[in-house]
Ligand binder design. Structure first.
Ligand code: PHE
Length: 351
């Protein structure tokens, strides 16, 4: 059979939409024992002159046959794909199924608002671990074992660790990490938001709660710097009319220590049920970092001083949103959480 009629034969035979059949036919012609392959064996019987001519034609035929099979294969595959696409067509004009949209948790809202404020003041956000050693949670914060102030911070200890590891009772422990990690013992400004744990459970105390520690270390840092910072913080969070006052207090890791009150944002100091008629609401503990704490964590107290403060985020969220029981914040009840899906909530309290 001459080469030309072979080509015609192929083009007739591939007139099918069966992909497997195409492959079979291809093998018949171009496979190891295919008829086109066999033809090249004939070459050796030809003269040099004829070889040249025949070889050229044979190569052309091979290429043409390959192209025919390849084009046919593509054609079949495309047709199959088109068929599949047509059968799986999606009507995008159909209304979608209703999904339940979540909302930001009130604690996250308060946390983010405070982070934004402190970042704008040049602070870094630093997060320490929730599982702590006794050393970091207490000892390096000037609370050696047996210290009576540990009583108010009873917590959860991890088993099989000889009572060495515990769930942190305060974000002040993040201070320890930040100071130890600061290789050159340089000045720093950080806020440390996060979960804390204590053995408490009533309407205003939960076994898990959130704190937002602040720490500034530098030269000549004083109580005046602390007051100015907290004043700004209170005004931003609770309204421009807010005033603050310091009351002397005690924390082992600060000296002097203060308890900070803000003017009641509901009655603006006149006295109401929220502030128990006093006009003031206690919001956080703070103070000047104790020299022992600086020293124990590698800072020279002769060179540096610092201040620290530690508001509870739950308390702020409760004030801000009028939440009466802290346990609502941890109950995962979507009906409760949905109430705070508002953008202008802070302004409602401020006005
Ligand atoms: N860590 C203290 C507490 O949990 C609060 C505090 C932080 C006090 C920083 C002073 C300085 O009660």
């Amino acid at each position: 059979m001459d080469l030309k009629s072979l080509k015609e034969e192929i083009s007739k035979r591939i007139n099918t939409d069966d992909l497997q059949k195409i492959n079979e036919i291809k093998t018949e012609y171009l496979g190891k024992k295919g008829s086109i392959t066999e033809l090249s064996k004939k070459m050796k019987e030809l003269s040099n002159e004829e070889k040249k001519e025949f070889g050229k034609k044979l190569n052309e035929l091979k290429k043409a046959a390959n192209d025919m099979f390849e084009n046919k294969r593509k054609e079949i595959e495309q047709a199959l794909l088109n068929k599949k696409l047509a059968s799986e067509k999606i009507d995008i004009t159909l209304p979608s199924r209703k999904t339940v949209r979540g909302s930001k948790h009130p604690l996250s809202r308060v946390q983010e608002e405070l982070e934004d404020l402190f970042v704008s003041l040049g602070y870094d956000v630093y997060e320490g671990p929730e599982i702590e050693s006794d050393e970091n949670c207490f000892q390096r914060l000037n609370l050696p074992s047996g210290h009576p102030a540990r009583d108010s911070q009873d917590t959860f200890y991890l088993e099989n660790e000889e009572d060495k590891y515990l769930l942190r009772t305060q974000t002040s422990t993040a201070q320890v990490h930040a100071m130890l990690e600061n290789e050159n013992k340089e000045p720093m400004r950080i806020v440390c938001p996060g979960k804390t744990y204590r053995r408490d459970d009533d309407a205003t105390h939960s076994h898990q709660f959130m704190q937002f520690e602040g720490l500034v270390i530098g030269e000549d840092i004083s109580l005046a710097n602390l007051k100015a910072t907290l004043e700004l913080f209170s005004k931003k969070l609770l309204g421009e009319k807010t005033e603050i006052r310091f009351r002397p207090s005690y924390f082992p890791f600060t000296e002097p220590s203060v308890e900070v009150d803000v003017t009641c944002f509901k009655c603006h100091g006149k006295g109401c049920n929220l502030c128990k008629e006093s006009g003031w609401i206690e919001v956080l503990g703070a103070g000047i970092v104790h020299p022992n704490v600086l020293r124990m964590n590698g800072y020279d107290p002769e060179k540096y001083t610092g201040f620290a403060f530690g508001p509870g985020l739950d308390r702020f969220a409760m004030f801000k949103y009028g939440i009466t029981d802290i346990r609502y914040l941890y109950g995962n009840d979507i009906r409760f959480l949905k109430q705070f899906d508002r953008k202008d909530d802070i302004n409602e309290i401020k006005s």
